[in-house]
Design a protein around this ligand. Structure first.
Ligand code: HEM
Length: 134
């Protein structure tokens, strides 16, 4: 013991503003993604509840990091989109930009926005089927 108290750094989730911020971000992000002609076709035929689940999964990655998400592997989740629908970097960049714009509109500090988009960027190779997630 050295007499100092260890204070854990608040998670990105906490620093963004917790659940209220996440809900606001999810709504804004959803409207951006679904009004993008480049991205909307990928969600055709997927039920609204499944879209919402996907969105929460996405936000979990962005705000909590990879360790927080316990759903399907990202490579499995996107394999059909890569194989049958030509999911590629252009689409990844667009989705990433929508997240960046969303967080910007919520007036979050640029440091937080950079951290969130940095986490999303770490998923690129796996989402696009270029590497194994585990
Ligand atoms: C940028 C990083 C991305 C992350 C972190 C991410 C996250 C996720 C997660 C966690 C799921 C699984 C949800 C579940 O099964 O419960 C999922 C599914 C899905 N993602 Fe992504 N995603 C990303 C990029 C993209 C992009 C670029 C597109 C399309 C333009 C996309 C479209 C979809 C669709 C359509 C599903 C549902 C697939 C199905 O149910 O067959 N995602 N995503």
């Amino acid at each position: 013991m050295n007499g100092e108290t260890e204070v854990a750094r608040p998670t990105l989730y906490d620093r963004v503003g917790g659940e209220p911020a996440l809900i606001a971000a999810a709504d804004l992000f959803y409207s951006k993604v679904m009004s993008d002609d480049l991205i909307r076709p990928f969600f055709q035929g997927i039920t609204v509840s499944a879209q919402a689940r996907k969105l929460v999964g996405f936000m979990t990655w962005a705000f909590g990091g990879s360790g927080a998400y316990k759903g399907r592997n990202l490579d499995t989740a996107h394999a059909r989109l890569v194989r049958d629908m030509g999911l590629t970097d252009v689409h990844f960049d667009a989705v990433k930009r929508h997240l960046q714009d969303t967080l910007g509109e919520l007036d979050l500090p640029s440091e937080v926005i950079e951290e969130a988009t940095g986490i999303v960027e770490t998923t690129r190779a796996v989402v696009l089927g270029r590497s194994q997630s585990d």
